[in-house]
Design a protein around this ligand. Structure first.
Ligand SMILES: [Mg+2]
Length: 171
């Protein structure tokens, strides 16, 4: 499960953090976690975009979420290398929206002249599945809009949804 935080909502938005968690829908388990804060200037230097609406939106978020702007950041290109290394071969990458996390991260790889570490058939959308099971609520733990907390909550939510699907199939 991938969750990125950005300073824009275009497909070339500037990334400010990447959170991800490995999980298994066969065993319903959560695995390794990934979290890095990206240096905003390095994202903008790559040609990634900031928009005014998103900056204003961030100003209205909680102090805990905004702590990201004071955290230790790394050059975005360095983070892309580390993420490629972290991601398992043949991983399915789930994002929150068909055109958000996966597309924006893919475009960052493109701008950095790097190959993204997952195949085009492995782009999955958590938001679509979630919308099909509105009765199954997400248990939110941690800080809303912290990329790792969001990724972890979404992965756990998807596991809960798949448990329900598995139970229905058994009936
Ligand atoms: Mg998020």
């Amino acid at each position: 499960m991938l969750d990125i935080e950005t300073l824009g909502i275009s497909s070339n938005a500037a990334i400010i953090s990447i959170g991800a968690v490995k999980f298994n829908l066969g065993t319903f388990t959560i695995g390794d976690e990934f979290y890095q804060i990206a240096d905003l200037k390095s994202s903008m230097d790559l040609g990634l975009e900031v928009d005014a609406e998103t900056i204003l939106w961030w100003m209205g978020q909680s102090e805990e979420a905004k702590a990201i702007f004071k955290g230790n950041s790394l050059d975005i290109t360095a983070i892309l290398y580390v993420f490629s290394d972290w991601l398992s071969v043949n991983s399915i990458v789930w994002g929150n929206g068909a055109v958000f996390d996966n597309v924006i991260l893919s475009n960052a790889y493109k701008k950095a002249n790097m190959t993204r570490p997952w195949g085009y058939k492995n782009d999955y959308c958590y938001r679509t599945i979630r919308s099909l099971y509105p009765e199954i609520e997400m248990k939110e733990i941690g800080v809303h809009h912290n990329a790792l907390d969001d990724a972890r909550n979404q992965a756990n939510h998807l596991i809960e949804i798949f448990k329900v699907i598995a139970e229905k199939e058994l009936k």
